[in-house]
Design a protein around this ligand. Structure first.
Ligand SMILES: *Cc1c(COP(=O)(O)O)cnc(C)c1O
Length: 220
């Protein structure tokens, strides 16, 4: 995978050194995360609090950074703050305010998630709300504004190229607010090359690395 990422970066004149690969390990057992860590993986992504909490506790002996990438209920926010090094799904002011009351050793890296579709159920803030949420993050000592995050729409809705081009314009708005908020969390198994072409800095890749996810036993 590292090689494919390098090729995709080279083809658009970028260096893979500027990309952080987050291996998404959701639904996989802690033992698999341990194997990945032995292979040099440092950044792992999870999208459910219960599962992430258990795995991070079981693997506390490893030097891993846990990235929370799923929709986050306000009443779970303080608990996620116990183990998350970064939260990629900051999509409303109320969630920021809940995280403001968390106890943290150092500020959690915060990505404002923007919804690239018109379906509010997909998670992410409406693009109009980016500045409002980002401003609140900047006022919150438990959080450090890092950048923007999004999941591409379905290919039938909008091409990844077009969606990630829009995402870059939202990133520009964020940087206008805070020059340090340069990160763009985008790109999954099927669209990482397009994300790299449009400036992604944090790739969230699951199945291309781990193989298909085990059936979690519930609809998702
Ligand atoms: C599951 C997931 C990923 C990884 O998806 P793959 O297609 O397996 O690479 C990335 N981002 C988010 C938000 C996810 O939920």
């Amino acid at each position: 995978m590292q090689h494919q990422i390098e090729l995709a970066a080279q083809s658009v004149g970028r260096s893979a050194l500027d990309l952080t690969l987050i291996v998404v390990t959701k639904f996989h057992p802690a033992s698999l995360v341990r194997e990945l860590a032995a292979l040099g993986v440092h950044d792992v992504g999870e999208n459910r609090h219960q599962e992430a909490s258990e795995k991070s506790a079981e693997l506390a002996d490893l030097n891993l950074s846990w990235h929370y990438i799923g929709q986050l209920q306000t009443n779970k926010a303080r608990q996620v703050a116990h183990y998350a090094h970064a939260i990629h799904s900051i999509d409303r002011v109320r969630l920021v305010d809940a995280l403001a009351t968390a106890t943290v050793d150092s500020p959690i890296e915060a990505f404002v998630q923007v919804n690239l579709t018109d379906d509010p159920g997909r998670g992410g803030a409406a693009p109009d709300d980016i500045e409002l949420i980002a401003q609140r993050v900047l006022e919150t000592p438990t959080l450090a504004l890092r950048g923007i995050m999004a999941v591409a729409p379905l290919p039938s809705e909008e091409s990844a190229d077009s969606a990630f081009e829009r995402l870059r314009s939202y990133s520009d708005r964020l940087r206008a607010l805070d020059a340090g908020a340069t990160a763009i969390s985008a790109g999954m198994t099927h669209d990482y090359a397009q994300a790299i072409a449009h400036g992604a800095t944090h790739l969230r890749i699951g199945s291309a690395i781990t193989g298909n996810r085990p059936d979690p036993g519930y609809a998702r």
